[in-house]
Design a binder for this molecule. Structure first.
Ligand code: HDD
Length: 693
């Protein structure tokens, strides 16, 4: 029973959801849940005397229903990845992968597959802040014409542990400590780092999470990875092992730690608002989709085991083949039934795709299915956001709490005398598992190559730019400084000597560990492609969807303000006017502008760049501490700052130039450390900043 039989179009899921969507703005009267119109939802039925006092009646079915529904509004939050936000979109293939798979979604270039993507953080509760240091979830549900395909990935290509039986341990260790439920949404505590030391397999992953990858600027500016190794099976029945990659069109960008900390308080919804803002403005985020493929017979030819999720497949050895594109283009209608009730399973695959013996994936295939039952009940796959858009029916899987579907017919078993609801052959699209040959002893063991834990961690660190390396050292120092048990920070700093002696020395000095004198593993300086995020910049620098603030007080130069605003908007930046007061600010030439915010309502941390036009308003800005702080804080966060004429000495003073230097500077237009200043008009300034019309 398909809501939209034409699931070749990207709006297939949108059409499917329509029958479940009601609009509160449709002027329809309020009813009880059984459909009776309500006349007074504001007062409980009571027995009242002449003073209108008296007891409330249990009889009031309308009040009881309202309170009962409220009492049960919450469901258990996800045990990990509780904080998240989602959006709809589409997947489009531009090159068929039919040489390696029969999956329609990866071979039919004429289709657009609708999808839902949920981004998340791992550690914190549902109400925690967006910008904490953490892995970001990147979970995709593709509503394909052959059933739902879920890629439940992260923005980091490797994972902490190798065997899924360790998942409860690593999560217990990172979550708030059991005796006091502290800290929230942070890994900076004794238990997490104790665990990290005791499991050297996490060493690679903890290089990634201490890098800038764990504090992204935006969900739209991070990579997505399937992480686990899956299989693709082609028409001839041949298997390739595969890893899935999503690379953002906007490049990979991060916050700096000080910004991340401040935004967590100033706007805890920063990332979810950023995503919604871009989609709402029609600036749809896009990712290139790629495959890394290893033919089954080559799987043993690497120094690492391709089934080990703590290892990447170096691009030098296994290049990424980009074959498609993912776009997010529609915001949700309501959070709970869509983002909260969406439920992903690594076991949701479609014909042409199969599992591998990756021991992490094998355990995940049990865990996701299981967790949805306690979160949403046994009929969770029937929920509108989770149900497929292609025809689906099983006469056996039925009943249970919360069943919606009505399955007509006299039989509920297979085979049956009517041959009702028959299975499909492989030719008819039936899923047939890859006939992998296996034999062996029943044992709790992993292949020997899983035992090597440091090589790739070292290559990751070596491949970072000096600035990224500095951030890693600072991140380890921040985290271990929050550990007050000496055994924890001393052992962890010692462990860092297995990555890089210089890194270990810096961190030890900051956090109070013993300064190591000898590397625990020689660092030969080997580097690899695709690890430093600086490699993922857009081909041409762009300002599209960047948030740019223009600071104004009474007396600003109107011409400079409008010229700059128009040009930035033309280049798809999101421009915000920040004024001394939201009632309005008046230009030197008399025009009135109503700002989007006043100085104290928002902070520089929430913007990527700032422009200050010239004019008499500089006097007012100079006597406003918040406006001054805006410039110095922007500078300390390495943001682009621009100013013209009277704004030049104002900016120069805030970024730390002395009175003498300010007096000496002046006429020529210049760009230095991202600060663009000069005298003239806004157009010439834009040329210096290379944004010009
Ligand atoms: Fe997991 C949620 C990603 C290992 C067990 N995981 C969850 C989500 C993401 C990931 C993105 C949020 C999905 C959503 O938005 O609803 N998890 C990963 C990745 C892993 C990984 C990339 C390593 C490759 N996870 C992993 C293991 C186990 C789990 C080894 C258990 C054995 N994960 C879960 C879970 C969650 C979950 C407990 C909580 C909510 C949910 O599944 O639906 O079952």
């Amino acid at each position: 029973m398909a809501a939209n039989p034409n699931s070749k179009t990207a709006d297939g899921k949108h059409a499917d959801l329509q029958k479940d969507i009601v609009d509160v703005h449709s002027k329809q009267h309020m009813t009880t849940d059984h459909g009776v119109k309500v006349s007074n939802p504001d007062q409980w039925l009571r027995v009242v005397d002449e003073k209108k006092t008296g007891p409330s009646l249990l009889e009031d079915q309308i009040a009881r229903e309202k309170i009962m529904r409220f009492d049960h509004e919450r469901i258990p939050e996800r045990v990990v990845h509780a904080r998240g936000t989602g959006a709809f979109g589409k997947f489009k293939l531009y090159e068929s992968a039919e040489d390696v798979t029969t999956a329609g979604v990866l071979t039919d270039t004429s289709r657009e597959t609708p999808l839902f993507l949920r981004f998340s953080t791992v550690q914190g509760s549902k109400g925690s802040a967006d910008t904490v240091r953490d892995v970001r979830g990147f979970a995709i549900k593709m509503y394909t014409a052959e059933g739902n395909w879920d890629i439940v990935g992260n923005n980091i290509p490797v994972f902490f542990i190798q065997d899924s039986i360790k998942f409860p341990d690593v999560i217990h260790a990172v979550k708030p400590e059991p005796h006091n439920e502290v800290p929230q949404a942070q890994s900076a505590h004794n238990n997490f780092w104790d665990f990290q030391y005791l499991h050297s397999e996490v060493t690679h992953m903890n290089q990634w999470i201490m890098s800038d990858r764990a504090i992204p600027r935006s969900f739209r500016m991070m990579q997505g990875f399937g992480v686990n190794t899956y299989s693709l099976i082609n028409k001839a029945g041949k298997r390739h092992f595969v890893k899935f990659h999503f690379t953002p069109e906007l490049g990979v960008h991060s916050l700096v730690w000080d910004e991340a900390l401040k935004i967590a308080g100033q706007d805890p919804d920063f990332h979810r608002k950023d995503l919604m803002e871009a989609i709402e403005a029609g600036k749809f985020p896009r990712w290139k989709f790629g495959l890394q493929l290893i033919p089954e017979e080559k799987a043993d030819s690497f120094e690492f085991d391709p089934l080990d999720a703590t290892k990447v497949w170096p691009e030098e050895l296994v290049p990424i083949r980009y074959i498609g594109e993912l776009e997010l283009n529609r915001n949700i209608d309501e959070f709970f039934p869509q983002t909260e009730q969406v439920a992903f399973c690594t076991s949701h695959i479609v014909p042409g795709i199969d599992f591998s013996d990756d021991p992490l994936l094998q355990g995940r295939n049990f865990s996701y299915f299981d967790t949805q039952i306690s979160r949403l009940g046994p009929n969770w796959e029937e929920l509108p956001i989770n149900r497929p858009v292609c025809p689906y029916m099983s006469l056996v899987n039925r009943d249970g709490q919360g069943r919606h579907r009505i399955t007509k017919g006299k039989v509920n078993y297979w085979p049956n005398r009517f041959e009702a609801n028959p299975p499909a052959t492989q030719e008819q699209g039936g899923f047939v598992s890859y006939p992998q040959k296996t034999q062996g002893a029943k044992k709790r063991a992993l292949s020997d190559k899983f035992k090597e834990h440091f090589n790739q961690a070292q290559v990751f660190y070596n491949s970072l730019s000096p600035v990224e390396k500095m951030h890693v050292a600072k991140a380890f120092s921040f985290e271990l400084d929050h550990c007050d048990d000496p055994i924890v920070y001393k052992r962890m700093t010692e462990r860092l000597a297995a990555i890089d002696l210089d890194l270990a020395k810096k961190v030890a000095a900051n956090v109070g560990g013993e300064t190591p004198v000898k590397a625990l593993k020689e660092n030969k300086g080997i580097k690899a492609k695709g690890l430093s995020q600086l490699e993922f910049m857009p081909e041409k620098p762009i300002i599209a969807t960047r948030r740019i603030a223009i600071l104004l007080a009474d007396g600003f130069d109107y011409n400079q303000y409008t010229t700059m605003k128009d040009v930035l908007t033309k280049h798809d930046a999101f421009v915000f006017t920040i004024g001394a007061q939201r009632q309005g600010v008046t230009a030197e030439s008399g025009q009135k502008v109503v700002p989007d915010h006043f100085f104290n309502g928002v902070r520089s941390t929430l913007f990527d760049a700032v422009f200050v036009p010239g004019g008499k308003h500089i006097q007012a800005l100079l006597s406003n501490g918040v406006a001054k702080h805006w410039i110095s804080e922007s500078f300390s966060h390495l943001k682009a700052i621009a100013g013209i004429n009277e704004a030049v000495p104002f900016i120069e003073r805030q970024i730390g130039l002395s009175e003498v230097e300010v007096a000496k500077s002046g006429s020529p237009l210049k760009e230095s450390y991202g600060v663009v200043t000069g005298h003239g008009d806004a157009v010439s300034l834009l040329k210096v900043g290379k944004v010009g019309p």
